[in-house]
Design a protein around this ligand. Structure first.
Ligand code: NAI
Length: 259
């Protein structure tokens, strides 16, 4: 799986899945530039501070990156315990702005990898609201628009990941003239510092995931898929979502469709 000599941007590189993604990439010879609101403890090839809740900080962080990247891993995210406007800003509005501002600094053939979630599985049932959110959401209206679309605290994390999955599919062809592809991966519960937030707030859904699977995933099991999507080995994978959940998505589908 070759990522050797590739330059890869990893958001959320200070913790959990992002940290592990950065570690594996470097182990395999990539040059990793981490973006996070917290400084990573690990020694990366570069680190640029960014607050994905703040458009000014995002633009400044992108300006501060002077190179060209072969892959962009959008891993940073907030759990459902955070306030609605922050969840929607970091998990989608900020991620999108960061990605769009970074496009000029992506090399031809670059890969964009968005870490979504099993929580985004129900996107098709909310498609009208998702389309509106993608079309209209920005930092200054994220609160009002979420309220208008009926997105409450319980729903916001699910909705943020549904939106991210749809935005990923929607853009499969957007930068095709430069060979830039985009995919999402969707973990189920993962052993990271925010696992307990998920278990506390997602209730029955998360409890069932844990019951059926018997354990949470490890960060390395998710990061391996992110690294694969950065590599040229995944060159024909575009505009899709890869479940990295030990089988939970298949389990949910079986329940819905009765197989
Ligand atoms: P984590 O809390 O260990 O790491 C998240 C990283 O994002 C942290 O380094 C944090 O500083 C950074 N971050 C948060 N807000 C930020 C902001 N405003 N600006 C810049 N950086 C910010 O979490 P974990 O578990 O590694 O999560 C990574 C991604 O995986 C998230 O998108 C999450 O939604 C997703 N995910 C996690 C699951 C889990 O069970 N842990 C399950 C499914 C998806």
């Amino acid at each position: 799986m070759s990522v050797e000599n590739k330059t890869v941007i990893v958001t959320g590189a200070a913790s959990g899945i992002g940290r592990e993604t950065a570690r594996i990439l470097m182990e395999r010879g990539a040059r990793v530039i981490g973006f996070d609101r917290n400084r990573p403890e690990d020694n990366l090839d570069g680190f640029i501070e960014v607050d994905l809740m703040d458009p000014v900080s995002i633009d400044k962080a992108v300006d501060n990156f002077s190179g060209q990247a072969d892959a962009l891993c959008n891993v940073a995210g907030l759990p459902p315990t955070a306030p609605i406007n922050k969840v929607m800003a970091v998990n989608f509005v900020g991620l999108r702005r960061f990605t769009e501002r970074m496009l000029d600094k992506l090399s031809p053939g670059a890969s964009i990898v968005n870490v979504a979630s099993l929580a985004g599985i129900g996107w098709s049932g909310a498609i009208d609201g998702i389309k509106r959110f993608i079309a209209e959401a920005d930092f200054d209206n994220v609160d009002a628009l979420s309220t208008e679309l009926g997105i409450d605290q319980e729903r916001c994390y699910f909705f943020s990941k549904e939106v991210l999955r749809v935005w990923t599919m929607q853009n499969w062809n957007t930068w095709r003239d430069r060979g830039i592809r985009i995919n999402s991966i969707s973990p189920g519960p993962v052993e990271t510092p925010i696992l307990q937030d998920f278990l506390d707030t997602l209730g029955e859904r998360a409890e069932e995931d844990m019951r059926v699977m018997g354990r949470a995933g490890e960060s390395s099991e998710i990061a391996a898929a992110v690294v694969f999507l950065c590599s040229s080995d995944s060159s024909w994978i575009n505009g899709t979502n890869i479940a990295t959940d030990g089988g939970m998505e298949a389990h949910v589908m079986g329940q819905i469709y009765g197989f």
